[in-house]
Write a protein of this length. Sequence first.
Length: 189
Amino acid sequence: MTHILLISGSASQPSVNTETLRQLSELVEQEEGVTASFLETSLFDVPHFTLQGENEGQPIVDALRQEIAAAEAVVFSTPQHNGRVPAVLKNALDWSNRGEFRMLWKDIPVGVVSVSPGARGGAKANEQLREDLEKVFKARVVEPHIEVARFEELQAAGGVFADEVLKDQARRMLEALKAADEERKAAGA
Ligand SMILES: Cc1cc2nc3c(=O)[nH]c(=O)nc-3n(C[C@H](O)[C@H](O)[C@H](O)COP(=O)(O)O)c2cc1C
């Protein structure tokens, strides 16, 4: 069994990214061998990173790090803000990769979704997040990644994963996360 930690990169409420992850969790319930739950730490409540704050210690950051360290697999859904990953998500990732926690993400299987009301589905933020997770954080980024464009139209037509292409991508992403987790467990990680 692989448990997937769902992380929305949006601090807005409502959020099309959080809603897409909620819909993904419904799909997870129909799949064999995977379960999912949302990150409990609110990224919105994580303070802006400062060296002073780091030296003082931050219980919410400790909680965030513990949730990541315990993750068997992770799916992010990120908005795109001016062509980039939103600051709230970047801030949490910066906190998660400091000092003795620098290798926190190493080899954790990660899938990346991006969602936008626009036509390109946050493709640039998706690409940026995958690149950072792979090259900087050394996570194991799986394919396919998923770009969800024109969110409102999908919602009006029955939901994001009522779309057959997106549903197929999501199923393949879940399979890839499960396979990567099993491989990691077999290697004794
Ligand atoms: C500061 C800001 C910048 C944005 N930049 C982009 C952008 O570059 N590309 C895009 O497709 N949408 C952009 N948007 C629109 C977001 O995709 C939209 O607000 C979406 O609902 C964000 O996801 P969320 O609802 O999960 O927070 C931007 C929104 C904000 C607030």
